[in-house]
Design a protein around this ligand. Structure first.
Ligand code: 13P
Length: 256
């Protein structure tokens, strides 16, 4: 973390878990436990069906609600899809874009990720752009090049003044849901490569303001060491975000 230049962000990603009827209690509990949180931005990315409840329960608290996906078009004949304007109208502030699960199971490409980043910004949402290599790429030592390329493609055509709205999440695929977390050194190294790339694209000043999160088997026991890295500015948390107490412990570690 480097609080001088950028926000620390702890974002939960519920994925396809929890029920709408469980949302209010969870958010109320998290709100009570995080009331004295000073430094950290807290985001909870819930399924579309939970958004209404989540926004209502989070009103007037430090918790912002995010979505886990969006469609890139403003509106139209896209049965079953949800636009960024719809999310913004509900009170959503953030949207995860390009999660590896969406890239792997739902045909998301670097091109559609880029289009979604544009759409999110246009609707006033803050995109949380997910990047990360497979185990095979890491074993070949190609992770830095891979992540740099993903980042450049995701940001294609994004104006410098929009950069401050963007959050990057480095999520190595081999660490997601596996219990096999990256070492702080590995995450810090990719975090620095991401910042270097931002610097080459947008200049040092803009680059240092961007929060770069780590995601993949982050929990209350390993969060502190991970967040001690200068280019790890927070976490995107899956499994451990399903329990309010464990998410709160990570927030506490980030808020010290
Ligand atoms: P886990 O924390 O369950 O490994 O998931 C990470 C993730 O994919 C968050 O987006």
């Amino acid at each position: 973390m480097n609080r001088r230049y950028r926000k620390t962000v702890i974002a939960g990603n519920w994925k396809m878990n929890m029920l709408p009827s469980e949302t209010k209690d969870f958010v109320t509990r998290l709100r009570d436990e995080t009331a004295d949180c000073k430094w950290c931005d807290i985001v909870l990315c819930v399924p579309f069906t939970h958004i209404y409840q989540a926004v209502k329960a989070a009103k007037g608290t430090k918790i912002a609600i995010g979505a886990q996906n969006c469609h890139q078009a403003a509106k139209g004949a896209y049965t079953g899809e949800v636009s960024c304007a719809m999310l913004a109208d509900l009170g959503v502030k953030y949207v995860i874009v390009g999660h590896s699960e969406r890239r792997a199971y739902f045909g998301e490409t670097d091109e559609s990720v880029n289009q979604k980043v544009h759409a999110a910004l246009e609707a006033g949402l803050r995109p949380i752009i997910c990047l990360g290599e497979s185990l095979e790429i890491r074993e070949n030592g190609a992770e830095l090049d891979f992540v740099r390329t993903q980042l450049k493609l995701a940001l294609k055509g994004i104006a410098p003044q929009s950069l401050k709205k963007i959050i990057i999440a480095y999520e190595p695929i081999w660490a997601i849901g596996t219990g096999k977390i990256a070492t702080p050194r590995q995450a810090g190294e990719v975090g620095s490569a991401i910042r270097e790339t931002l610097r080459s694209l947008y200049g040092a000043r803009a680059a240092r303001g961007v929060s770069v999160l780590y995601g993949g088997s982050l929990n209350k026991d390993n969060a502190e060491a991970m967040l001690a890295m200068p280019d790890v500015d927070g976490g995107l948390i899956g499994g451990a975000s399903l329990d309010a107490a464990s998410l709160n412990s990570i927030i506490k570690a980030a808020d010290q």
